[in-house]
Write a protein that binds this ligand. Structure first.
Ligand SMILES: [Zn+2]
Length: 301
């Protein structure tokens, strides 16, 4: 699991991928790779790559050495390759939507009024359910009212279904920094890589969780959900990131993604989240990401 550094061009050639080219008009530290229908921009010294315009974090920032852009092999296998592999296959049109928090676990408080995260996540989930059901999906919600459900019960419920995907809905908070705003999307950190967020929890890179069996699909769904949410809402792009501590993701036996759709601690963003029209856009974005043909429909790059 240690990995090493190799030249991106060498890896691309060995894997039958188009050789990366310098990004037109940018510095020579910036390279573009193409795969399937995707455009991926990779920059030396930058932890984030851009997939069709949407940001995705690597474990290690690529480096420019001996005239070559070098990328860590675990990032190549666990991030770059899945991002260039096209849309993930669907085993079934069954999805679990998980409204974060509930009951005596209210989540974070809104800076825009006497509102809690748990109320907005449930409303968003109900909107997703209505839209996806109309599009022919079977939608299982982990809760349909204001009750707390443990992480293990949320995972157990998903296990009882034939769901091809688990999507957890949350809103963010940065109590120390009211200026922090934007969209973050999470999936489980692949073994060997450091997490982009640890929130004070341990981050043992050797740890293998059950959901690590779905690393590639986790990322494929995460980036598609993330990009659709950016396009539908105009939220600032804070990237697809990896975390190991999120118990609702660790034990999933299916691809699983957690969305943090804006900061309730940011006054203007909290006002947006309080608006039903905005939550409808969030719901439409989730549907857009799940429906086949989504790339063709969105198109812009
Ligand atoms: Zn939350």
């Amino acid at each position: 699991l240690a990995g090493t550094w190799i030249a991106l061009a060498e890896w691309a050639q060995a894997n039958g991928l188009a050789v990366p080219v310098k990004e037109p008009g940018a510095t020579n530290l910036s390279f573009v790779m193409r795969g399937w229908q995707d455009r991926l921009v990779i920059r030396a010294g930058n932890h984030a790559v851009r997939w069709n315009g949407a940001e995705c974090w690597l474990g290690y920032a690529p480096r420019f050495q001996a005239g070559q852009l070098q990328v860590h092999t675990l990032d190549l296998e666990k991030t770059i390759r899945p991002l260039l592999s096209g849309p993930p296959a669907l085993d079934s049109k069954v999805v679990v939507i998980d409204p974060g928090h509930g009951g005596d676990n209210p989540g974070t408080r809104s800076a825009a009024g006497p509102y809690w995260e748990k109320t907005f996540t449930l409303d968003w989930a109900l909107r997703v359910r209505d839209l996806l059901t109309a599009a022919g999906w079977q939608v299982v919600l982990t809760r349909t009212n204001d009750v707390n459900v443990s992480s293990s019960n949320r995972v157990a419920l998903a296990d009882q279904t034939q769901a091809s995907l688990f999507v957890s809905l949350h809103f963010n908070s940065a109590p120390q920094n009211a200026a922090e705003a934007g969209l973050e999307t999470y999936c489980l950190t692949p073994a060997g890589l450091p997490s982009s967020l640890t929130r004070g929890f341990g981050d043992d890179v050797r740890r293998q969780h059950r959901n690590n069996g779905f690393d590639d699909q986790n990322l494929a769904w995460a980036i598609r959900l993330h990009r659709a949410l950016l396009q539908h809402t105009g939220l600032q792009d804070r990237g697809v990131r990896r975390a190991r501590f999120m118990t609702v993701l660790q034990g999933q036996h299916r691809p699983a993604v957690l969305l943090e759709a804006g900061y309730l601690s940011h006054p203007a963003e909290a006002r947006k989240i309080a608006s039903p029209a905005f939550r409808q856009k969030l719901a439409e974005a989730v549907v857009h990401a799940l429906e086949p043909g989504y790339l063709d429909v969105l198109g812009s790059r």
